[in-house]
Design a protein around this ligand. Structure first.
Ligand SMILES: [Ca+2]
Ligand SMILES: [Ca+2]
Length: 282
């Protein structure tokens, strides 16, 4: 019997509001019912709140999966950095599905947090009859530094189930609002990952709020050609630019010489420094 597989996935994050340049590229991977993992880049577009929106859809065995990721960032509320959002996974097919998906997204710029760091997340299963959600492997929300996972929420095993229709919720948190980490930690990536079995015609949502004290006190540069932020554009800025000449990054804020924050250090950035020589955008 051919089961029609129709799974919708949507995710939204809010990292509050700095006017970002081109949003960093995310990586999406997914599979349904044990199929091969599909991996694809996922580009974001700036949204009205100053963050970025990521949208994609994909087909598998006659089904459709849709993923939406909304990211809003605000590191101007020094010294707090906040992320909140919601992730939704729907199984719209006529049978239970094993759904695996993940999104990895660079955090630009990386957040340095001291122990004032925490996440609160609420998982809700909504069913139109007897239904369940069973974790198959790993955790849902991962904050990573390079390849090291700093913290995860909703790690296996967990499950929700009901014999009737309605909703069930479960809450996970760490650190909010108190201290949670023994030392300062840095995050350069947010990963959302889930592999779970979901009953037919049902869906699950994960809402979450993340707080971290940002020791970097990062703020937009009022004079972008002033790469050293010392109030003057001079040889030091030129030296810094040339040190990263032709470097590229999906996280432009990590390129010290990328004046226009487009992800590459090139002649446009050089021209900007030279045309602003001595002044600082006043
Ligand atoms: Ca300077
Ligand atoms: Ca550039």
């Amino acid at each position: 019997m051919l089961h029609r597989t129709l799974v919708g996935v949507s995710a939204s994050l809010a990292l509050a509001s700095v006017a970002m340049a081109d949003p960093p590229e995310a990586t999406l991977f997914w599979s349904v019912d044990g199929g091969l993992d599909q991996v694809q880049p996922l580009s974001g577009t700036p949204n009205q709140s100053g963050g970025a929106t990521y949208v994609t859809s994909f087909n598998t065995d006659g089904g459709l999966c849709k993923l939406t990721l909304i990211l809003n960032a605000d590191f101007t509320a020094d010294p707090q950095a906040n992320i909140n959002g919601q992730l939704k996974i729907e199984n719209l097919s006529n049978g239970p599905r094993s759904v695996k998906f993940g999104v990895h997204l660079p955090i630009c710029p990386a957040i340095t947090s001291d122990p004032a760091f925490g996440v609160l997340s609420v998982m809700t299963l909504t069913t139109d009859g007897p239904g369940y959600l069973v974790c198959v492997e790993d955790g849902l929300i991962n904050f990573t530094n390079g390849t090291q996972t700093v913290k995860s929420l909703f790690t296996c095993p967990y499950q929700l189930g009901t014999t009737g229709s309605g909703t069930m919720t479960s809450t996970a948190q760490f650190g909010t609002p108190g201290a949670s980490a023994p030392t300062a930690i840095e995050f350069d990536e947010l990963g959302v990952y889930s592999h779970c079995n979901i009953s037919e015609s049902d869906f699950v949502t994960y809402s979450f709020t993340f707080n971290a004290k940002d020791n970097d006190a990062w703020a937009p540069n009022p004079c972008p050609p002033d790469l050293t932020r010392d109030g003057i554009v001079n040889g030091q800025d030129l030296t810094l630019l040339l040190a990263t000449w032709q470097d590229v990054s999906s996280c432009p804020q990590s390129l010290s010489g990328d004046v226009d924050q487009n992800g590459i250090v090139d002649a446009t950035d050089l021209a900007s420094v030279l045309s602003s020589w001595g002044s600082c955008g006043e």
